[in-house]
Design a protein around this ligand. Structure first.
Ligand code: PBG
Length: 334
């Protein structure tokens, strides 16, 4: 009988798998890497502020800024240069009112920004966020009824008007983030009725009532003046309900669906990915960006590696499209 240390015994191989053989060099690691991340998968969210000259840094999102028109075009040019094909626009209007009329003003800040971008960079894919919260004085995502509650059905016409106005200005894609029921159908019908049948809809289908939107609300000045969004955004405890929302939005005519936030919801992202064949986007939101930047600024994590790992994980969980404030930084470094 051969002893365990005998040469013949070793040639048979010990009775366990040698997984590390495929981790020895970068060449072999690259060969077997399952998840690909390229700038082509990324969308950069940008904030455009009416009347602003230049850039106004956002304290809670180091490296991000509210942009004036010229600065916006420069930022988009840099993104294109780095291979990022798309931007998602949020507007900060000079005036707000009870009904959010600035949202569907053809001379509104995002409409104007879209025209400028399309003029300077015709190939840039421009996605317009459709929601009233940046335009209403009360900061809710729809219009209010007599009791001060968000009125779902009364919110549909202004949301549809906003989508049409953005598409007419040149947005290739409109992305409703309001979470009203029936908005995708209302927007599709309005677009088609206005000869805008080529405009795609990316619906924020599974948008959770999340603490991770905090920095965005500061940046976009869109925090609700009273109450919260739990009456219309999803409960963080619910994954099946998120899948149900995605299916409903696709039935209503959405071309792509989104899961948001990304990191605390990677399981939801995976489930939505498996439930639908349409492209799925994930939004790596402001609070996720802020946490990583804050830890890096303190020297507590390796920022570059943490960004790579974050974006790769979102792709691995099932996102075709990753919406992230890290887009420019990541694509440039690559
Ligand atoms: C609503 C909207 C929000 C975000 C995108 N669209 C905020 C909210 O629902 O309160 C959050 C994005 C982020 O945190 O990065 N129009």
């Amino acid at each position: 009988m051969a002893a365990a240390t005998d040469g013949a015994r070793l040639m048979d191989g010990p009775a366990f798998r040698r997984h590390r053989r495929l981790r020895r060099t970068e060449a072999v690691r690259g060969l077997v890497r399952e998840t690909e991340l390229t700038p082509a998968h990324l969308v950069a969210p940008l904030f455009v502020e009416e009347g602003l000259d230049g850039r106004a840094p956002i304290d809670s999102m180091p490296g991000q800024a509210r942009l004036g028109m010229a600065a916006l075009v420069e930022e988009a040019r840099a993104l294109r240069g780095a291979g990022v094909p798309a931007v998602l626009l949020f507007g900060i209007p000079a005036r707000k009112d009870e009904r959010g009329t600035g949202a569907y003003d053809d001379g509104g800040v995002v409409q104007e920004a879209t025209r400028r971008l399309k003029d300077a960079l015709p190939e840039l894919l421009v996605i317009g966020d459709v929601c009233l919260c940046e335009y209403t004085s009360h900061g809710h995502c729809g219009v209010l009824d007599a009791d001060g509650a968000v009125d779902n059905d009364a919110s549909l016409p202004p949301l549809a008007d906003m989508a049409v106005s953005l598409a007419e200005a040149g947005c290739d894609v409109v992305a409703p983030s309001d979470m009203m029921d029936g908005r995708v159908a209302a927007i599709r019908e309005a677009l088609d009725g206005s000869g805008l049948g080529d405009t795609a809809i990316l619906s924020y289908a599974a948008k959770f009532a999340s603490a991770f939107y905090g920095p965005f609300r500061e940046a976009a000045d869109s925090a609700p003046a009273f109450g919260d969004r739990r009456g219309y955004q999803l409960d963080p405890a619910n994954a099946r309900m998120a899948r149900d929302e995605a299916l409903t939005d696709l039935d209503e005519g959405a071309d792509m669906v989104m899961v948001k936030p990304a990191l605390a919801y990677l399981d939801v992202l995976r489930q939505v990915r498996e439930a639908v064949d349409a492209p799925v986007a994930a939004y790596n939101v402001s609070g996720e960006y802020a946490m990583l930047k804050a830890a890096a600024a303190n020297g507590w994590i390796d920022e570059t590696r943490a960004i790579d790992e974050t974006l790769t994980a979102i792709r691995r969980a099932g996102a075709d499209v990753v919406i992230t404030y890290h887009a420019l930084e990541w694509a440039r470094r690559r």
